[in-house]
Ligand binder design. Structure first.
Ligand code: BTN
Length: 128
């Protein structure tokens, strides 16, 4: 496992979980996102993510990924982040996100994008 391998299970402070699959040699990766919260009407479903990461040797790589919620919502989220290790050596992903809601008209565009941060830590699960 390389220093910046994001593959595996992660959980954020909302209780959302994601499974990241191994990145290829160019740093492209995919995964599955299980959000704990939603503003959509339909019940939450597992959603695909697609991302791209740097492959830095020092382990402090930056990355970004997009989650397409189309199974239950017409919105889209992009995350950007960086991997760190805390003082105990625990891996942590510090991220920021933009969530684009679908609005019905140009007039409503101003309220379509929300912003936030999430902190992910590793879940130690077998099924990676
Ligand atoms: C929607 O509400 O339309 C789809 C689900 C959005 C979930 C958001 S994405 C940013 C934030 N972080 C999470 O883990 N879940 C919420």
């Amino acid at each position: 496992r390389g220093k910046c391998n994001l593959a595996g299970w992660w959980q954020n402070e909302l209780g959302s979980e994601m499974l990241v699959f191994n990145a290829n040699s160019k740093g492209n990766f995919s995964g599955e996102y299980y959000t704990a919260v939603s503003s959509a009407q339909k019940p939450i479903e597992t959603s695909p993510l697609r991302g791209s990461q740097h492959l830095d040797e020092d382990g402090k790589c930056t990355f970004g990924f997009t989650v397409n919620w189309s199974k239950f919502s017409d919105s889209t989220t992009v995350f950007v982040g960086q991997r760190f290790e805390d003082h105990r050596g625990q891996e942590v992903l510090k991220t920021g996100w933009l969530l684009r809601h679908k609005v019905n008209s140009l007039h409503d565009d101003w309220q379509a994008t929300t912003v936030g941060t999430n902190i992910f830590t590793r879940l130690n699960r077998k099924e990676e």
